[in-house]
Design a protein around this ligand. Structure first.
Ligand code: SAM
Length: 278
């Protein structure tokens, strides 16, 4: 396990993923009844952008820092409040990982389970939520967690599957995990992040999703770079199964504006598509 998220915290891919996650969690919080949040690959929960690791790559400068310094985009207010909640004044120092971001949306009746396998990141995550009775942190394999924690007693909620894609088998493991999870909990809102380096593995993944028989699969892709180099992260996507009503419309108006702030050359591509409709 070499992957450490601190090198990438707050980059364009994090911003895209976390803006969408905020919209989904906000939508779950519109109903009074409790919801459950499962983060299978949780990371450290909070990242110091002044740390040596974050400064070494500086990826956040073309991500959250651009947004922080730009005019407020309509539709991302909640996401920015959650980032601001970790910082004082106008200086951006800390960036929330998915667990800290999700915590911002939990109400007293809601609950979260966070799984992280890396010993250091898991230790940091445990400290982050040490006194929080609504949040459980476990050093456990995220895919095993899909079996252990689903279906949740709340019967509504969101599962984020955000693996590091270090292994060539990750897309395959993801599909196996998703099948298991869906067999346990068909009504859940499942959210899967994936990288776009070249199109071929992505298209293979899309085909696997289509042939899985799962319905109501919304796809959002966000590529600030041309998709012609296998050597860097050119873009990324999110698969959302059972998304809230009209989220597709919201994203169609929001993502081009977000791309305008984050793209480095005028080549950015955004796409929102029903991979499989209802
Ligand atoms: C992309 S990062 C997660 C970022 C986080 N979800 C966020 O948005 O802030 C992936 C994380 O998965 C962890 N990891 C890798 N393999 C895992 C596994 N099998 N189960 C749980 N966590 C794992 C890595 O240590 C890393 O912290």
């Amino acid at each position: 396990m070499n992957y450490r998220h601190i090198y990438h915290a707050g980059n364009f891919a994090d911003v895209f993923k976390h803006v969408l996650l905020s919209l989904l969690l906000k939508s779950l919080s519109r109903k009074e009844t409790p919801f459950f949040y499962l983060d299978t690959h949780a990371g450290a929960g909070r990242y110091d952008l002044n740390s040596v690791a974050a400064q070494k790559t500086g990826e956040y400068r073309d991500g959250i820092l651009r947004l922080w310094n730009s005019q407020l985009l309509p539709g991302i207010e909640d996401y920015l409040y959650a980032v601001r909640a970790l910082n004082t004044g106008n200086t951006l120092r800390c960036y929330p990982g998915s667990p800290r971001l999700a915590r911002y949306f939990l109400r007293p009746q809601d609950r979260a389970v966070l799984l992280e396998l890396h010993p250091d990141d898991c230790a940091q995550l445990k400290i982050e939520f040490a006194r929080d009775t609504q949040v459980s942190v476990l050093r456990q394999d995220g895919y095993a967690g899909l079996k252990a924690f689903l279906p949740p007693r709340e019967r509504r909620g969101l599962v984020l599957i955000d693996p590091p894609y270090e292994s060539e088998r990750e897309f395959q493991q993801l599909m196996e995990g998703l099948r298991e999870a869906r067999a346990r909990w068909e009504a859940g809102l499942f959210v899967l992040w994936y990288p776009i380096k070249s199109r071929s593995p992505v298209e293979q993944f899309h085909r696997a999703l289509v042939s899985s028989g799962i319905r109501k699969i919304l796809l959002a892709e966000f590529s600030p770079y041309p998709e012609d180099s296998d050597f860097r992260l050119n873009g990324c996507g999110m698969v959302m199964i059972n998304p809230p009503w009209k989220l597709d419309e919201t994203l169609r108006s929001l993502l081009p504006d977000l791309m305008n702030v984050l793209q480095l050359q005028p080549v950015g591509r955004t796409e929102i598509n029903w991979l499989v409709p209802e």
